[in-house]
Write a protein that binds this ligand. Structure first.
Ligand SMILES: NC(=O)c1ccc[n+]([C@@H]2O[C@H](COP(=O)([O-])OP(=O)(O)OC[C@H]3O[C@@H](n4cnc5c(N)ncnc54)[C@H](O)[C@@H]3O)[C@@H](O)[C@H]2O)c1
Length: 370
């Protein structure tokens, strides 16, 4: 198959859809790979690295889209890319269709095959192509939180791990899923005094087993949260209710009860946030302050560490990309229930129920097109 890896052109996106190692794997499987010049630059990969791995470098995005049967990228295509997409071209990337109607209509019109990373789903309902970004965001939440606890950045001026003779910072993590567990691990590793909350008792039992002794688990409820926010220095929002807006676990009135300089990192901001006063921010301007409480609410946290994020993402996407290239999308999706769930829009038909429902579009069952 002919595969194209364009450079991401969405504002501030430095990740890339394939690493040189990934290109090497695709070439070893007998495929031809074209990479747009400087596509990997932001993630630390030079054109020569791709060329050595067996790719051909093309100077423009038009040439990459023009020649490829399958496009592997990271973010959804933006307006200027729509006209480059061809009928029957397979696009393997994040789409998040339900959040942007014009993209859905554009992909229907282009009659492309849109396989979305975010809906590839295992039989246990986990989302293997979202997990790596949650791992990055969870770990990063502590790094960012520790930074904003510093006094010059308006934090309480407390060192996460303390020092001998001085108590460490208290870190509260709301939600013990992928983000929350990674955050708790990082905070615990730095020596903080960590509390992690979840509503799922089985999950709390598991976390209690695997996390170190400086992490304690508590059942999540309004009463406990209201109490804990008064004594904690860094609070991480990491809850998710699949398919719904995150619940507001920290309400505006609670801010007044927190210590001045407390730092809130709402990782769940991309699902509306679990802290009432959070609104999305960017890496250029990541924080704002309300009632002396620092809010960090960057909606695309992994974008700041593209070297790590690109490798984490492509470690997860590459095995699927190889299946798609080796078998063609139809056979690969017929053979793999996981991949089949990733099909969203195919040759002008909406085959993912959530997308059809979101915009009141006609739904075509995916099995009818395989
Ligand atoms: N900002 C970013 O850059 C970024 C990056 C990756 C993920 N995210 C977001 O982070 C959030 C968490 O993702 P995840 O992968 O950890 O999800 P997950 O499904 O692995 O974990 C969510 C956890 O929240 C728990 N939960 C639900 N309601 C709760 C409540 N009332 N109190 C406490 N816990 C509750 C669930 O039981 C579950 O354990 C999602 O909204 C995701 O989109 C954001």
């Amino acid at each position: 198959m002919i595969i194209g890896v364009p450079k991401e052109i969405k504002n501030n996106e430095n990740r890339v859809g394939a690493t040189p190692a990934g290109v090497n794997e695709l070439v070893r499987n007998g495929h031809t790979v074209y990479v747009q010049a400087t596509a990997g630059e932001g993630s630390g990969f030079a054109d020569e690295d791709y060329a050595k791995a067996g790719a051909t470098i093309l100077p423009t995005i038009e040439e990459v889209y023009g020649i490829a049967e399958m496009i592997i990228k990271v973010k959804e295509p933006i307006e200027s890319e729509y006209s480059l997409i061809k009928e029957n071209q397979l696009l393997f990337t994040y789409f998040h269709f339900a959040s942007y109607e014009p993209l859905t209509h554009a992909m229907i019109e282009r009659k492309a095959i849109c396989l979305a990373y975010e809906t590839v789903e295992k039989t246990d309902r986990s989302l293997p192509l979202l997990v790596p970004m949650s791992e990055v965001a969870g770990r990063m939440a502590i790094q960012e939180g520790a930074k904003y606890l510093e006094k010059p950045l308006k934090g309480r001026g407390i060192l996460l791990g303390g020092v001998p003779g001085v108590r460490p910072a208290k870190v509260l993590v709301l939600g013990g899923g992928v983000v929350g567990t990674n955050a708790a691990k990082m905070a615990a590793g730095l020596g903080a005094d960590v509390t992690i909350l979840d509503t799922n008792l089985a999950r709390l039992r598991y976390l209690d087993d695997i996390l170190p002794a400086n992490v304690n688990t508590q059942m999540s409820n309004e009463y406990t949260i209201r109490e804990l926010v008064q004594t904690h220095d860094l609070i991480i929002g990491a809850v998710l209710i699949p398919g719904a807006k995150a619940p507001n676990l920290i309400t505006r009135d609670m801010l007044k009860t927190m210590k001045p300089g407390t730092v809130l990192v709402d990782v769940a901001v991309d699902q509306g946030g679990c802290i009432e006063t959070c609104k999305p921010t960017t890496h250029e301007n990541p924080t704002f302050i309300i009632d002396d409480v620092v809010h960090y609410c960057v909606a695309n946290m992994p974008g700041a560490v593209p070297f790590t994020s690109t490798q984490a993402l492509t470690n997860a996407t590459l095995p699927f990309a190889v299946q798609l290239a080796n078998k063609g999308w139809k056979q690969a999706c017929a053979d793999s229930a996981e991949l089949k769930k990733g099909l969203n829009v195919v040759n002008g038909k909406v085959v993912y129920p959530g997308v059809a429902e979101a915009f009141n579009l006609e739904y075509t069952p995916v099995d009818s097109i395989l």
